[in-house]
Design a binder for this molecule. Sequence first.
Ligand SMILES: C[S@@+](CC[C@H](N)C(=O)[O-])C[C@H]1O[C@@H](n2cnc3c(N)ncnc32)[C@H](O)[C@@H]1O
Length: 280
Amino acid sequence: MDAPLYSPRTVRELLDRHQLRPTKSLGQNFLIDGNILRLIAEAGGAEAGVNVLEVGPGLGVLTREMAQRGAHVTALEKDERLRPVLEETLAGLDVTVVWGDALNYDYSALPPGTRVVANLPYYISTALLTRFMRAPGIVSATVLVQREVAERLSAQPGQDGYGYLSALVSLHGSARLVRDVPKGAFIPAPDVTSSVVRLDFSGAVPEPGLVQLLEQALHHRRKTLRNNLRMAGLDPERLDPALQAAGLNGQERAEDVPLAQMTALYMALSAGRVSMEPKR
Ligand SMILES: C[S@@+](CC[C@H](N)C(=O)[O-])C[C@H]1O[C@@H](n2cnc3c(N)ncnc32)[C@H](O)[C@@H]1O
């Protein structure tokens, strides 16, 4: 029996035969562990009839696994050198490969119920995740990312790694760490440990003003909430009463403040702005 596509031998053979050297700047670390790729496909809900979006199919190992489970896969790949490889590895499967930069893809046009399942190129993982969160058709994203990013995605206020990205996830839904993946599961081995994380999106569309406030408040980690917001240009005459109304004194570190209190602060700031408008 032939070795499976993801086996180290087949991956090396494919790379040699197509005269390809993995490009570090494109985050090319190819999966060679069948258990991990089956786990990603399963955790991501890549099953019959489901529309799956994959960023970075690479040699097609995960793409093939998902298409063989009956998912309709759209895969975005930037590296045109992989064209002959994917023509070979995905032949006869229900996969549409879109060639180009995933940062320029229009995620808002994806059909409702789309699940993202991907071993992401690490250098753009957070930029892509924020795009997935904002796309109305995407219901979940199950992704392999650096462990440090997975921790940030799932952190709660007061925990290590909590920041703007964590708050954004909570506004849009929830995150669950599925499992860590050792460096040896890839060719070439990356510099850091990776983790599979699943994000589920509730469909909520957060107030843009609240999102902006969180970005400002959590901009400089370890600074106090008041200092961050002062540095973002908020007038103390407006800020201090709003902090008080939200039950805050402003000396808290921004990354310790629960989301409910940040929402209360946002409401108090918005109410202050309305009452400050000139009377007619
Ligand atoms: C970590 S590898 C994953 C490859 C494959 N899915 C696997 O698991 O073996 C990341 C993939 O993303 C592709 N990629 C990198 N930057 C990209 C971009 N801006 N847009 C689309 N694909 C990109 C790389 O060429 C590579 O195929």
